[in-house]
Design a binder for this molecule. Structure first.
Ligand code: GDP
Ligand code: GDP
Length: 455
């Protein structure tokens, strides 16, 4: 466990929420030399593309701001990494898969002067499975001579091929219109993205741990503060609370405020409420009664947070009742019952006396920074290469699976995709997650790791 005093959050990530409105993303994929870069430069209307300085953008994923007919979107050029042992086909297919996972729409670029190659067909097969819209572009169509070659690209099964000349600009206006038709107005659902405003906290825990007491303790100046938060409409079931100079939205607290103790409040109902509060939040404070042994119900609530992929802070309440014996017993319980979430920060408080309540806000910030954190692809792969060189995946069925490439496909929570030549055992995946946390932190956030096996 991480002590609340560790100021890890200072370097845990810089992905500030809010700021400019998020724009939808179009990823451009295709074989080398089909004319992707030329086309991208044409579409953004600049000869020299300006590389955006945003976290997560490395030499193999360069993103540009684009503007057409008053609408903004982000163009991501996913090309650039060298074909490896899997060959060109594997590398481009992996690139397409990555695009599908991270963008709101995908543009496949095919060289009309060459026609669809086996690699183009392999990529099209991957993209046909995509639940993102895909737009097919036939490039290098400098004049009418290539019209029939363009039509032949229908057989890729991705709909109408859009002919363009990146070099001369022919067809690029029509292409941009088609792109805008395809792109959603706002980026695909990324929890909390773009909502701006106070960050959303769920205060959960089994009955009688002190949730109402804590909420009352921290929300003293609540009323006066509500009107000052510009553009914030507070759902009547939420509370705005100022902690450590920052306003937070505690979601679904109506029940806590009114202290409804309904006779019909079955455990099932309470559990649904907890679930919905967690889903509505970005970070969950799981409150635990420190004066009693950690209960299975505490573990269940923590499990819900993990499963929902929300950031987590463990707050041990009623610390005023904890003596030396209880403290020792708790140490054992933590190792036994909560070792699964040892990445979560732990804060010991007393809602009764107010002890250490001020430490909750920094812990929330740490957890959210981890939840938002993005590791640049280059750094991730550099780290991965070292780990794998030192401890290669175990041999299975006489074969040594190779890990080809990794990328962080998502934040909130951080989600990593490993492209491999074979299955990685659960034990090895856990090993990788442990090492990932040792290297990059992620205090207070679940981390997901998935494996894509390719032949
Ligand atoms: P990328 O590697 O897929 O990004 O491809 P590039 O944009 O670097 O282009 C590869 C080559 O094709 C370069 O020599 C370009 O000048 C050429 N090229 C790109 N677009 C066009 C086009 O529309 N017409 C013609 N004739 N050549 C093009
Ligand atoms: P909830 O059911 O989780 O909302 O819990 P409550 O806030 O209603 O608290 C349950 C009981 O625990 C009440 O009798 C509170 O007075 C008591 N309590 C809450 N926090 C503390 C604390 O920090 N120390 C002590 N000694 N009692 C507390």
């Amino acid at each position: 466990f991480v002590a609340a005093d560790d100021e890890q959050w200072a370097d845990a990530g810089t992905d500030e929420p809010g700021g400019a409105a998020p724009t939808p993303t179009l990823a451009v994929v295709g074989r080398p030399n089909v004319g992707k870069s030329t086309l991208v430069n044409r579409l953004i209307g600049r000869r020299e593309a300006v590389v955006q300085d945003v976290p997560g953008v490395t030499r193999d994923r360069i993103s540009y701001d684009a503007l057409w007919n008053g609408r903004r979107f982000t163009l991501v050029d996913t090309g650039g990494w060298e074909p490896d042992a899997t060959g060109l086909q594997g590398a481009v297919a992996a690139q397409a898969e990555l695009a599908m996972r991270t963008a709101d729409a995908v543009m496949l670029v095919v060289d009309a002067s060459v026609g669809a190659t086996a690699t183009d067909e392999a990529v099209a097969r991957v993209l046909r499975r995509s639940d993102r819209p895909v737009i097919l572009v036939a490039t290098k169509v400098d004049d009418d001579r290539l019209t029939s070659d363009t039509a032949a690209l229908w057989r890729l099964g991705l709909g109408e091929p859009h002919p363009v000349s990146g070099l001369h600009g022919r067809g690029s206006g029509d292409l941009l219109d088609a792109v805008l038709d395809l792109l959603p107005e706002t980026p695909r659902d990324d929890v909390g993205a773009g909502s701006g405003g106070p960050r959303r906290v769920a205060l959960v825990g089994k009955p009688n741990v002190g949730k109402s007491s804590l909420l009352n303790k921290v929300s003293g100046e609540l009323r006066s503060v509500v009107h000052d938060v510009a553009g914030t409409t507070v759902d009547p079931v939420d509370s705005l609370v100022e902690l450590d100079g920052e306003i937070w939205r505690f979601v679904d607290t109506a029940g806590l405020r009114k202290r409804v103790r309904t006779a019909s409040g079955t455990e099932f109902y309470a559990s649904l409420r907890t679930q919905s509060a967690i889903e509505a939040a970005e970070v969950a404070v799981v409150l635990i009664d420190a004066s009693e042994p950690i209960a299975e119900q505490d573990q269940r609530v923590i499990g819900m947070v993990e499963e929902a992929g929300r950031a987590l802070v463990l707050v041990f309440n009623k610390w005023d009742l904890v003596d030396e014996d209880r403290r020792l017993a708790m140490k054992r319980e933590l190792e036994r019952d909560l070792v699964r979430v040892r990445w979560a920060e732990r804060v010991n408080v007393s809602a009764l006396t107010g002890r250490s309540v001020a430490k909750i806000a920094p812990a929330l910030r740490t957890a959210l920074a981890s939840w938002d954190q993005r590791i640049p692809t280059g750094r991730l792969n550099g780290w991965l290469a070292d780990v794998i060189a030192a401890t290669p995946p175990p041999v299975r069925g006489g074969k040594q699976p190779k890990v080809l490439f990794a990328t962080q496909a998502q934040t909130r929570p951080p989600t990593f995709v490993l492209f491999t030549t074979g299955f990685l055992e659960a034990g090895y995946r856990r090993f990788l997650e442990r090492r990932l946390r040792e290297e990059f932190g992620f205090t207070g956030s679940p981390v997901r790791l998935s494996v894509r096996v390719r032949e």
